[in-house]
Write a protein that binds this ligand. Structure first.
Ligand code: KIV
Length: 290
């Protein structure tokens, strides 16, 4: 038995059990300090591969490597004590075969201490989802607008806005639920279809641009904080953190130029020693004795 006090985070079954009971709250998180704040309010935190775009400046999520997901996953599990932490499998790390998916997902779980992984795809990924779940890896699925397939989809487009797309999307949702996923993200799906899918399957639907008909919601944290320069229609900015950061940095730059920062209260004086005290240098250090 471990000698350390246990961290008791919510589990994948805890999240699944919330369907029909209460709305599920979630956000993406990529680093320890913001994860610690979001942990107080969220049921799960997703270390999404959107980190490639919002933190590392990539145009899409396609180039994101597994190592980057593991590094940010570790940071988030260091910050979160209560919420389930879910780590996204990046493009190229799971599609090839259930065996490759298991090897990489097991590595993510061992090296990050997360409680579940997420992967994109519906019917085509059902066999892999079943394989992972049977071997101890909880899986969150992701259907609708799947950003890793951007080069096939031809752009970040809402899904299910014409009825001829409905059957395939509904079949995707049913396939991942039957394969054992504990929940499914519906991204950019027209409201009536999101409502229909949420009624049709027994696992929670987590909406991002898929209306309040879903069992829970997720947003990319930087988008909802007002830190991202461009956001999709479905994002509501709950804060203006970008503007706050800019005004703080401008204030700092102005004070450095005006030499009003650092002031006396930010500067170290000498400790009173027996006899003479050497004057502080302009950097607050100790002046060398002649
Ligand atoms: O990577 C991500 O942030 C996601 C969300 C959009 C659900 O997958």
């Amino acid at each position: 038995m471990s000698v350390q006090a246990p961290i008791k985070r919510l589990t994948a079954p805890d999240i699944a059990a919330k369907k029909g009971v209460e709305p599920i709250v979630s956000l993406t998180a990529y680093h320890a300090h913001t994860a610690a704040i979001a942990d107080k309010y969220c049921d799960f935190l997703l270390v999404g591969d959107s980190l490639g775009m919002v933190m590392h400046g990539y145009e899409t999520t396609v180039p994101v490597p597994l190592e980057l997901m593991i590094m940010h996953g570790r940071a988030v599990t260091r910050g979160a004590r209560r919420a389930l932490v879910v780590v996204d499998m990046p493009f190229g790390s799971y599609e090839e075969s259930p065996q490759v998916a298991f090897r990489n997902a097991a590595r993510v779980m061992k090296e990050t201490d997360c409680g579940a992984i997420k992967l994109e795809g519906g019917t085509r990924m059902a066999e892999t989802i079943r394989y992972l779940v049977d071997r101890g890896i909880p899986v969150m699925a992701h259907i609708g607008l799947t950003p890793q397939s951007i080069n096939v989809l031809g752009g970040f487009k809402a899904q299910g806005r014409s009825q001829d797309q409905w059957a395939a999307l509904e079949a995707d949702a049913i396939a991942v639920a039957e394969a054992g996923a504990f929940s499914v993200v519906l991204e950019a799906i027209a409201e009536p279809l999101a409502a229909r899918i949420s009624k049709a399957i027994g696992i929670p639907t987590i909406g991002i641009g898929a209306s309040s008909a879903c069992d829970g919601q997720i947003l990319v944290m930087e988008d909802m904080l007002g830190l991202s320069p461009r956001v999709p229609k479905f994002v509501k900015e709950f804060g203006k953190v970008g503007a706050l950061i800019e005004s703080a940095i401008k204030g700092y730059a102005d004070e450095v130029k005006a030499r009003t920062f650092p002031a006396a209260e930010h500067t170290y004086a000498m400790r009173a020693e027996s006899g003479t005290a050497a004057p502080a240098t302009s950097k607050g250090g100790v002046a060398k004795k002649p």
